[in-house]
Design a protein around this ligand. Structure first.
Ligand code: ADP
Ligand code: ASP
Ligand code: MG
Length: 404
């Protein structure tokens, strides 16, 4: 049996007209003798709307109820797709996560798929049916609904492809594939033919929304080839695959960025062992993600400055936690909203010296000041003023020959 998984994102199912188009895409694969499993996200805007409602009901909305609420959008989209497939003469039905079931582990809001029971769907496929499965949701061992973090339908599709041994997993979205940078922001961005799991993981973790980071971890662990393409046209997309399958002579594959970061500096903290742990422990207990961190060398051996970044939405809570933390002493706290992290990503930098220098020099030439730097084997990130994001991306895009 040639099973194929087709996942449709929010914009791809955003209107009734789009749903009709999705049904056509699905049947084109049925005609090619594939057994199709459809995975759908919610219609665009629906998940955000549900989240906003939960915030209006309570600032401390129960995470378990949050998952029940925000997973509703997928149910609606799947029923519409199945309904359309029935209308044009195909056997189809929707399946919610718990009906299969798709079992998840971990916390509400950010669960991961651990098991998928195949039986019912296999019988249905063999009978000629087209199952349309809700993305983003599953059920935990307490039999409660869970969700897989924002953008989690990507992970649903990839895990379904794994458990059903699918020959292909195609992620249909609103752009033609994975680009060197966000094509909606930078017109000169180029579509990438093939990208490694490692680079894609960095690209998405560092801000490229096109694939959910956790889903790429799932794909990489299970060696699932993932195709990303547009549901709006028939052009070829991007293949996310293992490094061995890729011949690439570019040093840098792509540029990612974030836009809603804030920088916090604690000035004059007493410098003693364990101080960083005392600062970050309460933040982690409150689920506040700390991203870039730099600690200055203490010039007098007693005091130092520590800078780190967090998401804008966590600013007030973080400030409160720092000011009420009895374990630390500091002279001043400086908060800068509206900073952005720009990252260049590429496995090529492992073997090419001087990439950091080229990045810094190119930015300096355009008078873009770097506030914080962090690096890993295959990425370099810098923190800059948010207003300079476009300029910085264009500069780096050109510097590393990405528009060619
Ligand atoms: P879907 O609803 O199909 O899951 P998303 O909105 O989650 O789609 O992701 C697609 C969007 O990701 C695109 O519209 C694009 O603006 C954005 N994006 C950001 N970085 C990139 C990139 N490097 N390549 C392609 N798209 C990107
Ligand atoms: N609908 C969910 C979200 O908006 C899941 C997804 O789009 O993949 O996050
Ligand atoms: Mg998405």
């Amino acid at each position: 049996m040639k099973i194929i998984v087709l996942k449709f994102g929010g914009t791809s199912v955003g209107t009734v007209e789009r749903i009709k188009k999705v049904a056509k895409i699905v049947t084109s694969y049925v005609k090619k003798k594939f057994k199709v499993i459809v995975v759908s996200s919610a219609m665009s805007g629906v998940t955000n709307d549900l989240i906003n409602k939960s915030k209006k009901v309570s600032k401390e909305f129960s995470p378990a109820e949050y998952d029940v609420l925000v997973s509703c959008g997928e149910q609606m989209a799947c029923a519409l797709i199945s309904g359309r497939l029935n209308h044009i003469g195909y056997k189809s039905r929707s399946w919610l996560g718990w009906q299969i079931p798709i079992i998840t582990e971990g916390s509400y809001k950010s669960s991961r798929v651990s098991e998928i029971f195949k039986n019912k769907i296999m019988i249905y496929l063999k009978s000629g049916g087209i199952p349309v499965v809700t993305g983003f949701q599953g059920v935990n061992i307490e039999n409660r609904v869970t969700t897989l973090e924002r953008g989690g339908s990507d992970a649903s599709a990839i895990m379904i492809a794994k458990f059903f041994n699918a020959v292909r997993c195609i992620i249909y979205t609103d752009v033609n594939g994975v680009y060197t940078t966000d094509p909606k922001l930078i017109k000169k961005a180029k579509k990438i033919e093939k990208i490694s799991y490692e680079e894609m993981l960095e690209m998405s973790s560092l801000g490229a929304k096109v694939m959910q980071p956790a889903s790429i971890q799932d794909a990489r662990l299970n060696r699932i080839n993932v195709e990303v393409k547009s549901s709006f046209n028939n052009r070829s997309g991007t293949l996310i695959t293992k490094r061995k399958n890729i011949k690439n002579n570019k040093i840098i594959s792509g540029i990612s960025f974030t836009k809603n970061d804030s920088k916090i500096t604690l000035v004059g903290i007493v410098d003693k062992p364990g101080i960083a742990a005392s600062i970050f422990e309460p933040l982690s207990k409150n689920f506040i993600n700390v991203d870039m961190v730099v600690q200055n060398i203490s010039s007098n051996g007693k005091e130092t400055d520590l800078t780190f970044t967090i998401k804008n939405e966590n600013i007030n809570k973080t400030e409160k936690l720092l000011k009420s933390n009895k374990k630390i002493k500091f002279k001043n706290i400086l908060i800068t909203k509206n900073v952005s992290k720009i990252s260049i990503i590429g496995v090529g930098m492992i073997t090419t010296p001087g990439v950091t220098y080229r990045m810094f020099k190119a930015l300096a030439k355009k008078k873009i000041n770097i506030q914080v730097i962090s690096t890993s084997e295959i990425k370099i990130s810098v923190l800059i003023n948010k207003n300079l994001v476009n300029k910085a991306i264009k500069t780096l895009h050109q510097e590393f020959g990405l528009e060619k």
